[in-house]
Design a binder for this molecule. Structure first.
Ligand SMILES: CC(C)(COP(=O)(O)OP(=O)(O)OC[C@H]1O[C@@H](n2cnc3c(N)ncnc32)[C@H](O)[C@@H]1OP(=O)(O)O)[C@@H](O)C(=O)NCCC(=O)NCCS
Length: 329
């Protein structure tokens, strides 16, 4: 037999630092209703959204991603040069290639870091975290930056009352590194490509049209899938990590709709002591950025503490979902 390949097991991994970028422009429901036929009351009751942020022209995807990344590196006490991989999850990098991750790595001084984009929509942060954990545990990387960044306002038909009020812009980032104890649990993830049309762009970029392609969504099937199929998967995320819902301190689901969060809480029979993220009220749905944005907001409001156990779960266009247990940095 020929010689065997050497594989060196790496350490456990954990999130070492978290950061976010919130665009400066706040669009409240009153302003929203100048664009679509709706009301503040309807939007609040059906989604929990009070306002969202839409980035200005100067707040590019790169500006937002770098803002979040630098805060996460500061929080971890590290510099860009300490990174050996940069993973960016986004559906908003409208240049198909080259990926935005290498440019972000270079701006951060992460010279020669592995850098690539992933497209897993609103599950993207959890997908990226699973990859970072795997890279560290199999010895392929030591410190990995995971960014979720979105400028969805560029892909919205602002007169479409089925989507315009739901989506917002922002970025969140996490630095993942070695740890003595497991800080990231096994991922539970999956997909259903048969439902590809329920959240999609209105047309291909190279198809003729006066307007750019916009986000189209059939809200009800997405709502049902998230509230039933994905909600049940959250139980597997706990079981795979050897935990029960009573062990949890924090629940941070993708911020898509307050009523989906409520359905998940019912499925999990979530105990009262668990703090639940409700960042949707001020940010809307920011896709891959929503979970790290929500984590940082909870830290800023003093709702969570370092070392607590959190269940995170993302779900969205594809359809795709992913989630795992994390220990907060
Ligand atoms: C989009 C969503 C908020 C719509 O809520 P809903 O309760 O399903 O609303 P429906 O589409 O059934 O419409 C109910 C009524 O409100 C009306 N309506 C729809 N959009 C409206 C709006 N923006 N303002 C006011 N009324 C609206 C409809 O016309 C309908 O009126 P009718 O009963 O007279 O026919 C909801 O389906 C949702 O959140 N889906 C999941 C979205 C999601 O998670 N997406 C991202 C995953 S990443």
């Amino acid at each position: 037999m020929s010689k065997q390949i050497t594989v060196v097991d790496g350490p456990h991994s954990a999130i070492l630092g978290i950061g976010s970028y919130r665009p400066s422009r706040v669009v409240d429901n009153a302003e929203m209703c100048t664009m679509i036929d709706s009301s503040d009351e309807w939007i609040r009751q059906r989604t929990g959204i009070i306002e969202r942020r839409w980035a200005t022209d100067d707040e590019t995807l790169m500006v937002m991603a770098l803002g979040a990344a630098r805060k996460a590196l500061d929080h971890a006490g590290l510099q860009g040069s300490d990174l050996d991989a940069v993973i960016v999850s986004t559906v908003s990098h409208l240049t198909q290639f080259p990926a935005i991750a290498p440019q972000i790595a270079t701006e951060l001084g992460a010279t020669d870091a592995a850098a690539y984009d992933i497209l897993a929509a609103c599950a993207g942060f959890c997908y990226g975290l699973a990859q970072a954990d795997g890279l560290i545990r199999n010895g392929s990387a030591t410190r990995v930056l995971v960014i979720g960044a979105e400028k969805l306002s560029e892909q919205l038909d602002k007169t479409d009352r089925t989507t315009a009020f739901l989506f917002g812009d922002g970025a969140g980032a996490a630095v993942v590194g070695p740890s003595d104890e497991p800080g990231i649990g096994p991922v539970v993830w999956g997909s259903d490509g048969a439902a590809k049309d329920v959240i999609r762009l209105t047309r291909h970029w190279d198809e003729p049209g006066d307007e750019p392609p916009y986000i189209h969504m059939d809200g009800q099937p997405v709502f049902r899938w998230a509230s039933t199929t994905v909600a049940k998967k959250t139980l597997e995320m706990l079981a795979r990590a050897g935990l029960t819902v009573d062990d949890l301190d924090v629940f941070i689901p993708h911020q898509a709709n307050d009523r989906i969060i409520d359905a998940m809480i019912r499925t999990l029979k979530m105990p009262e002591h668990v703090t639940v993220a409700r960042d949707i009220s001020h940010m809307g749905n920011t896709s891959a950025a929503s979970i790290p944005l929500a984590i940082e907001a909870m830290f800023e409001r003093g709702e969570v503490k370092s070392g607590q156990l959190a269940l995170i779960v993302g779900f969205g266009a594809g359809l795709v979902y992913a989630g795992q247990i994390i220990r907060l940095p």
